[in-house]
Design a protein around this ligand. Structure first.
Ligand code: NAD
Ligand code: DAU
Length: 350
């Protein structure tokens, strides 16, 4: 039996990865380590929480003594590292939280893996999940490839870039067997409603303004979260050590076009007259350092590992919107309490 540690498994992407691994690999023991910050939610995993090959561990990846003890106790064969502070706007307010979790937390895990594996790398793998934001911004043309130089612009992307560099450095310096992926924007069920798509779905449901930053002409490349989880499975099992793979949907949308599309879908689903939700669109002050455009060239993972997205954007959005409409309790639970003060502060609502 293989013992796999998945960090951040109670979060958005992590919960889909945990579900995939727990259900697909019954011969693996999956340990989900998560600090349960505002973004971590065990409700995301109620369907698999009683599986015999699943264990939840509450803890902080930056707590060195705790992490060392955990690795010594369980002797993991593999680590799939997703735990992070993940929201750009929060990183602008509080960069240090991002340094602590994304940089110090990652190095703490790398140290534990190195010490426990002691150079016996056979069958061991450290998989670091990163983002396309480390490459900075594109102009109107071009795509990010695995060799695009790092050029992060936000405290979030700077912290992720730093963690990526540490992972590579541990590969070069100590020989740690790692794989690294840089993925584009995910969307889907269980996405915390501070990010564009779930925030706007929630606001449309409640007839609240849709705060579009700047002129809305910023471009993102959207990938359905279950396709990201499938890619992580493929890279974890078939990726080559010391390699990076970009993951993306070849699916670019300007924010304003995406918001208009979403408004139309929501009008249909909620039985509202065409054009009702679009009236909620409100242009607000831009995000500082806002990257103009992200777009991934995912040719390498397709050609070398045979992965490509399994759903179209239309199919993925349909599944996503239906999920939010059918899971009002989940939305209500995560938007109570601390969410209210975050939202008021971020959008300066009195
Ligand atoms: P998320 O914010 O939804 O989840 C992060 C999880 O990490 C939460 O469950 C949280 O409780 C946990 N966590 C935070 N700090 C922790 C700590 N100190 N110790 C232990 N657990 C901690 O994030 P997400 O959107 O699911 O992103 C997961 C990973 O994928 C991140 O590394 C992110 O950088 C990367 N990524 C995200 C996207 C995206 O579009 N969401 C795209 C590419 C890459
Ligand atoms: O590219 C991958 C990254 O995608 C991940 O690494 C991050 O963890 C994830 O949060 C996401 O970052 P973005 O900043 O691209 O996502 P966000 O949903 O915050 O914003 C998407 C776009 O929408 C961006 O151009 C900013 C804009 N936006 C966002 C919010 C929250 C608005 O116009 N209004 C908003 O209220």
């Amino acid at each position: 039996m293989k013992k796999i540690l998945i960090t951040g498994g109670a979060g958005f992407i992590g919960s889909h990865v945990v579900r995939l691994f727990v259900t697909k690999y019954e011969n693996y023991q999956i340990y989900n380590l998560d600090a349960l910050t505002y973004a971590g939610n065990l409700e995301n995993l109620t369907d698999i929480e009683k599986s015999p090959n699943y264990t939840f561990v509450k803890g902080d990846i930056a707590d060195e003594a705790f992490i060392m003890e955990l690795f010594e106790l369980h002797q993991f064969d593999g680590v799939i590292h997703l735990a992070a502070e993940s929201h750009v706007d929060r990183s602008i307010e509080d960069p240090m939280a991002f340094v602590r979790t994304n940089v110090i937390g990652t190095v703490t895990l790398l140290n534990a893996a190195r010490k426990i594996w002691k150079g016996n790398w056979e069958g061991k793998r450290f998989y670091h999940i990163s983002t396309d934001e480390v490459y900075g911004t594109l102009g109107a043309e071009g795509l990010f490839t695995e060799t695009t130089p790092y050029d992060p612009n936000s405290p979030y992307s700077a912290s992720k870039a730093s963690s990526d560099h540490f992972v590579r450095a541990y590969g070069e310096t100590y020989g740690l067997p790692y794989v690294l992926t840089n993925c584009s924007n995910n969307y889907g069920p269980n996405h915390f409603p501070e990010k564009l798509i779930p925030l706007f779905i929630n606001n449309i449901i409640h007839n609240k303004p849709l705060p579009v930053y700047g002129d809305g002409n910023y471009t993102r490349d959207w990938l359905f979260v279950i396709d990201h989880a499938r890619a992580i499975d493929v890279v974890f099992h078939q990726g080559k050590n010391h390699e990076t793979y970009n993951i993306g949907g070849f699916n670019e949308w300007k924010n304003i076009d995406l918001v208009r599309l979403l408004c139309g879908i929501m009008d249909d689903k909620l039985g509202r007259a065409k054009g009702t939700s679009a009236q909620l669109i409100t242009f607000v002050k831009d995000r500082p350092g806002h990257d103009l455009r992200y777009a991934i060239d995912a040719t390498k993972i397709k050609e070398q590992l045979g992965w490509e997205p399994s759903v179209t954007f239309e199919q993925g959005l349909e599944i996503t919107v239906n999920w939010y409409l059918e899971n009002g309790d989940w939305l209500n639970n995560v938007t109570s309490g601390a969410y209210v003060s975050y939202y008021e502060n971020q959008y300066l609502i009195n």
